[in-house]
Design a binder for this molecule. Structure first.
Ligand SMILES: O=C(O)[C@H]1NCC[C@@H]1O
Length: 345
């Protein structure tokens, strides 16, 4: 049978679906109207104000689900960028997404968004809302493979900050930036284990921390106010001292959304924190494992730098993404649920 849709009205939205370490990435390849703006950050503001209905169509049910993640390719104002990108999730638009960069690196080479691919690696410069991220995609015999990327300057924002968390009392957190801000807490503080506890319990604890930090700590980013917000909380297994063994974490971001991957921007922020605390040296590789799926990324600090007055590091994160399919989505005018919905949790 030929896979054609019956006659329908309206524009189609076409996507390529991938996953990185189990975390979905829906890459929107056509069907979006023009995204106005003179910078990637202003385009992020534009989609939030004018095109948010399309995020709900593509991320929410019946086409997506509570934990769906998306990427919209846009123009970049940086001449060396091969592409600009906006990230979307269940609550809005993030500023950095490492699992998406790993998938987009492969996608950009496979879909010819970069000039002549090079072996053994092809460089893809991806302009994320947080800045330019350089991805390096394994390429040989016409096939793409694993991807590593170099982060924007990442820095420990504050360590040992006490916040009062509803249901848990005073909790000490570290706050670090890896293209987005995260709060970090050892899951043992809540009597939880990131690899064994029920996901719902981990989400409840992490969400309570996020709420507390958002209301009790004022964040600041040296280059833009658009970047100065807490994206989520990462619960860890506390194994921050250098070891060749993997260390596990689980990231709860946006509106209690759970990352299936080890979280590329979270690994970046966690490496910056470990480096700041003197627990790792430059070029010392650590393996980070997702508490949700067991999938792994590696991370290492490769260079000292500055971000405003903060001492920062460039972090290299590596992982692998896979294609899962392509879809063409339509919206039938009579369909009352066409605009997307989420179940109340
Ligand atoms: O890998 C990452 O950085 C992301 N994954 C979902 C949440 C973060 O944006």
């Amino acid at each position: 049978m030929e896979m054609q849709l019956p006659p329908h009205e309206g524009d189609e939205l076409s996507v390529v679906d991938m996953h990185t370490g189990g975390e979905p990435l829906r890459i929107i390849v056509s069907g979006y109207p023009e995204v106005k703006g003179d910078s990637v950050l202003s385009r992020r503001r534009y989609v939030r104000e004018h095109l948010d209905h399309l995020r709900r169509v593509l991320m929410f049910e019946p086409r997506g689900h509570y934990d769906m993640y998306g990427a919209l390719i846009v123009d970049s104002e940086i001449p060396e960028a091969d592409l600009g990108v906006l990230f979307m999730h269940n609550e809005g638009y993030s500023t950095m997404c490492g699992h998406a960069v790993i998938a987009l690196g492969r996608f950009a080479v496979d879909y010819k968004l970069v000039k002549e691919p090079q072996s053994p690696e092809t460089q893809v410069n991806i302009h994320c809302p947080c800045g330019l991220v350089k991805a390096f995609v394994e390429y040989s015999n016409g096939k793409t493979g694993g991807v590593r990327f170099l982060s924007v300057p990442a820095f420990a924002f504050a360590t040992d900050v006490t916040v009062t968390v509803e249901g848990f009392g005073d909790v000490m957190v570290d706050i670090s930036y890896g293209g987005a801000f995260y709060a970090f807490v050892d899951a043992q503080r809540f009597g939880l284990d990131v690899t064994k506890s029920r996901t719902r319990d981990l989400v409840d604890a992490a969400t309570a921390v996020t709420k507390a930090v958002k209301s009790q700590v004022k964040l600041h980013h040296p280059t833009s106010d658009d970047l100065a917000f807490l994206y989520g909380t990462i619960l860890t297994d506390g194994k921050d001292d250098y070891s060749s063994e993997p260390t596990a974490n689980i990231c709860v971001f946006a509106e209690a959304q759970v990352d299936r991957s080890p979280t590329g921007s979270g690994v970046t922020a966690r490496v910056a924190l470990q480096y700041h605390k003197g627990l790792i040296q430059l070029d010392q590789i650590r393996t980070f494992q997702s508490g949700a799926t067991g999938s792994q990324f590696t991370g290492k600090a490769v260079e000292e730098t500055k971000c405003g007055d903060f001492k920062a590091v460039v972090v290299e994160v590596a992982g692998r993404a896979f294609y899962t399919g392509v879809s063409r989505f339509v919206q039938e005018p009579e369909d009352k649920l066409t605009h997307g919905f989420l179940l109340k949790s």
